[in-house]
Structure formats: C-alpha cells, structure tokens
Design a protein around this ligand. Sequence first.
Ligand SMILES: [Fe+2]
Ligand SMILES: [Fe+2]
Length: 279
Amino acid sequence: MTDSSRQLPWSLDDIDFSAIEPQRVRDDVAMFMLVCSASFVESGSDTYTGNLVERFAGDDEVGHWLREHWEPEELQHGRALKAYVRHVWPEFDWDAAYADFFAEYAKLCTMDELEPTGGQELAARCIVEMGTTTYYQALHAACTEPVLRDLTWRIRCDEVRHYKHFHAFFQRYRQAEHLGRRHVLAALVRRAIELRREDATIALRHAAEWRRRSPLGRVDGAAVASSAELIGQAYRLVSAHLPMDLAVRMALKPLRLSPAVQRFVMRPLSMLGAGIVHP
Ligand SMILES: [Fe+2]
Ligand SMILES: [Fe+2]
C-alpha cells in the first residue's frame, strides 16, 4: 500500500462485490452504458492530472493535493467501476474497449485544452466536479442494485469534496489574478459546453461499439440496433434523474451572484437538462 492510497477515504476492499444482485441490473442496457463509460473516463484521469500538475507547478498546495488526493481518488473510481462492470457483465472485453477509448481520448488531454490562467482553469474544474457529482447522484437514484447504489454514493461524496477543494483554490486565484465575472463565466461556459461533452461522447461510443461486438450485443438483438440507440438510452436514463437544482447551484457558485440574481437565473437553467454532465 502506498502513502497516498492510505489517505483515501475508502478503498476497493470496502466494496462487497460478492453481494451484487446481478438480476437487478444485468439487463439494464442504459445502466451498463453509464457505468462503463464512467469507468473509462475515470481510468484516464492520470493523463489529465499530468497537465494540471504542470499548470500548477509553482503552487505546492494545489500540486500536492492533485497528486496525493485527487488523482488517486479518481483512479480508484475507475478501478471500482471497472471491477463492477466485470462482475456483472463478464462477457464485455473491458481492457480492449478501454484501449480503443484511450487511444482517442489521450489526444484531447494536451496543455492547449487547459484554460488561459490558473484561476480560470480552477473555475472550469468546478464545472467538471459539478458534472461528476450530479452524474453519480443520478446513477444512485436510477439504480436498485444495492452494491452499485453504495458505490455511486461513495464516488458522489468524493466528487463533492473535489468540488469544494477546487472552489477554495479558485477563490485564492480569483483575487490574485483579479478575475472579473466575465472571465470566470467564459471559463465555466467553455468547459461546460466543449471538453466534457467530448469526453462523454467518446466514452459512450466505445462502450456501445464494444458491447455490440460482445455476446451482450447478440442478447440485445434487434431491440438495440445501433450505437446511437444505445447512447440515446443512456442519456435518457441519466437525464431523467439529474438533480438539476444542485447542478445549477454548483455551477453558479464561482460567479458569486447576489441571492436575488441567482434566484432569477436558476429556474431557466435548471430546465436546460442534461448534456453537460459526465465524469
Ligand atoms: Fe471521479
Ligand atoms: Fe472528481
């Protein structure tokens, strides 16, 4: 056991995979898509951390937290979700599918993808952690299988903590960089619309294509004719359970709006629905 793994709030040993009730989830194609694609993105976290650590090379506090806490926790999310997929859907070739996903995903993780300043990048990270928090909360609400409910809630609580850390770091940078709302908003919107949606799309596409190639695809048969249909089912399930009020509250927090303005913009934003949220 490494020093950093000792500091994690939970470990894979805490998850009782032998207690899984497969009949509650095995035939749920949309849940497979959501758990599997999340396992891909989480497992690729260390590629992204390399860029972040480089960006905050001169800041010991942020760099240390990213290396010793954030990255090991995100990678553990990937390992736990992968283990869950393997228990419930053993016919799915996770390693081969992940290799395919990673070849495409790694090209996105370049320094160019980061925001122009440290403060803007931290604001953008708040959006990502808002996305993961609400995503896992939606999965928790949507599933009845007890081990997956336990796992998604543990991950959701980690993501909330990540959000709080990024937000606290952001406060320090906002002052040092004299960031106005316009700069913060630009970073929030860019990250919400562009990068994460691309991640989600790539992960879902590879999950769908490899499912269709596996024996599971033959079981799905004519009911699931295409990858697009599989992806559509996944989006419909997560959208139906997203806590949109929470998503909007977390997304707006870095803007420090007055309570009246926040109330004014919350309602229309809450109705926008899914699409920006994926680990
Ligand atoms: Fe995560
Ligand atoms: Fe996170």
